[in-house]
Design a protein around this ligand. Sequence first.
Ligand code: AMP
Ligand code: ZN
Length: 114
Amino acid sequence: MDDCLFCKIINKTIPAEIIYENDRVLAFNDINPQAPTHILIIPKVHIPTLNDLERDHRNLIGELVLVASDLAKELDIADDGYRTNFNCNDSGGQTVYHIHLHLLGGREFGWPPG
Ligand code: AMP
Ligand code: ZN
């Protein structure tokens, strides 16, 4: 999608620190990290919010979670623990309307979230 920031990162018209990439997903460092490790894992197809998911996306969404799990192990934050989350729409804190799984680690996280 032409005016989507994350589609531009996928198309390499905007730079990002890419951590992992395959034909279906891309993982890159968050530009404003909220933890020592803060990676965004996104599908390469443009899906604006979790509300737009369809049943055919089940493997793709599963792959985002599996990439988060793999990266957590590779980056050595898996044993201590980490936080993953999707924000959805305004009340959920979403600011970029191309779904993304946040992977945060390297510090303690509180619950409930703010
Ligand atoms: P959310 O608020 O869940 O929509 O998260 C959007 C995230 O994208 C925020 O954590 C931003 O810091 C991050 N972000 C915005 N622009 C960029 C960019 N150009 N490269 C990497 N991360 C970005
Ligand atoms: Zn997009």
